[in-house]
Write a new protein. Structure first.
Lengths: 258, 206
């Protein structure tokens, strides 16, 4: 038997998953261990599908299959984000061969847990509404073409547009907890994105006002975990500092202008 | 925008908190260390420096408005910030997250230390002169409490300056923030050295 074959056989034995589960939003969490057969190229979702197919835990007891959410399977929708081996990430792009065993899987507890690994990320969408994370183009008549966006700005702004509201930055942030109302790094970065867009900039002040309000930019404590966990490598801390500069300037000129 | 100014209180409090930490509390820390460092030049130099301070016009008003008031605000609001903050540096061990936790821990240590420090010096009823400080820090327990206070306060000030520059939009990009972090850690080491060196001078020269 060649080395490669031995390697494959060793892995074939089993993959051990230790999953933090919860039956409903109000019941206490508990931990359950599963051993599943290894296949080449498996991701965490494939492992969860294996449990769904054969919902038997490591003690050999038949249990309720583990519930999770997933959609795009190519790391652009954010639905399958969970805490894998201590870090929030998308389970579709988490390959088992690249993870230390046993693999610990938990839901993102910064959000309300609905069931097992399913969380409710509504607070993120509410945050996007609060900061008006869109370009307003509707009118009662044809408003004509908007102003053009300079290419030099479009280049870096595109990086911010890669945010898919997955929740990793919110999960890793120490300042998002039950004692604060911090809106989260993604919202600050999205406000910067839409303030950069020439048409979006028409609502610049509304976004500044929102971010000076409850849970706004001042709640950021610069732990910079957000930029470390962002799956798209969005320069979140740069966005936060740039928004600090813009909002402090806005606040000062506002007070001095009164 | 009817609610424009209605809910900006927290924003204002937070910005005042970071500002107060640097101007005037941070500036006072530098002045305080400068005065203490004159002890390395001998008792006469220190007593002379203390004498100069004692002759600042309206000293009690200056002390209250520029030191006590901002210090109490920064300290008490800082305790609230430290309480509302979460701590996850054991799960996310990146340097900045550890510094975030250390900033809050050293803040609380400095707060407790300053109360003790004021109790044993400013409000102890003694004349502030070299002999008094010499007797105070010659007690090893007091000496080591002072060392802890110096290290905690200088770290809190140096690392606080780092986040001050982020909060006020001075250092925006990752390169600027990396360079400011290195410069300020060198600043911390120098400041802590000056503080401890002054303490040693107070002990050794009688």
């Amino acid at each position: 038997m060649s080395m490669a074959e031995q390697d494959v056989n060793a892995k074939k034995k089993a993959i051990r998953l230790i999953i933090e589960r919860q039956d409903d939003p109000n019941s206490p969490p508990y931990s359950e261990t599963f051993d599943i057969p290894w296949r080449a190229g498996m991701n965490v979702i494939a492992a969860l599908m294996e449990i769904q197919r054969n919902p038997v835990n490591a003690q050999g007891e038949k249990v309720r299959p583990v519930a999770w959410e997933s959609n795009c399977l190519e790391e652009v929708c954010g639905a399958c984000t969970m805490v894998i081996n201590g870090k929030p990430r998308q389970s579709c792009s988490a390959l088992l061969d690249q993870l230390a065993q046993p693999i610990y899987i938990k839901p993102m507890r910064t959000f309300p847990v609905m069931r097992d690994l399913i969380v409710n990320r509504s607070r993120m969408f509410d945050a996007l509404k609060r900061i008006k994370a869109w370009v307003p183009i509707d009118g009662t008549y044809d408003l004509g073409p908007g102003p053009r966006m300079p290419e030099v700005d479009r280049e870096w702004a595109y990086e911010l547009a890669k945010c898919f509201t997955c929740g990793s930055c919110v999960e890793a942030c120490p300042n998002v907890n039950e004692r604060t109302s911090f809106i989260g790094a993604f919202a600050l970065s999205q406000a910067r994105l839409f303030n950069t867009h020439p048409t979006g900039a028409m609502h610049k002040k509304d976004r500044f006002e929102a971010l000076m309000g409850e849970g706004g930019i001042h709640e950021c404590g610069n732990s910079q975990n957000c930029v470390q966990v962002c799956p798209k490598g969005i320069p979140l801390t740069t966005s936060i500092a740039a928004m600090n500069r813009a909002i402090d300037g806005y606040a000062f000129s506002g007070w001095l202008g009164k | 925008m009817a609610t424009a100014t209605a809910n900006h209180r927290e924003f204002l409090f937070r910005r005042l908190h970071t500002l107060a930490g640097v101007v005037p509390v941070g500036l006072f820390l530098l002045e305080h260390f400068f005065t203490n460092a004159t002890a390395t030049e001998g008792p006469a130099a220190f007593n002379n420096a203390v004498n100069t301070i004692q002759h600042i016009p309206y000293l009690h008003v200056v002390e209250f408005v520029f030191i006590f008031l901002p210090l109490i605000y920064h300290g008490v609001y800082g305790l609230y910030v430290a309480y509302t903050s979460g701590y996850n540096a054991q799960q996310y061990t990146w340097l900045r997250n550890r510094m975030y936790a250390l900033q809050r821990i050293t803040g609380v240590i400095t707060f407790v230390f300053i109360i003790f420090h004021l109790w044993t010096t400013r409000f102890s009823g003694h004349e502030p002169n070299f002999n008094f400080v010499h007797n105070l820090v010659s007690d090893p327990i007091n000496f080591w409490i002072m060392v802890i206070g110096v290290v905690a306060a200088t770290f809190h000030f140096s690392n606080g300056l780092w986040s001050f520059m982020v909060h006020w939009g001075i250092t925006v990009g990752p390169r600027a923030q990396r360079i400011s972090a290195v410069v300020l850690m060198v600043f911390f080491v120098l400041l802590a050295f000056i503080g401890i060196d002054s303490l040693i001078a107070f002990v050794q020269t009688a």
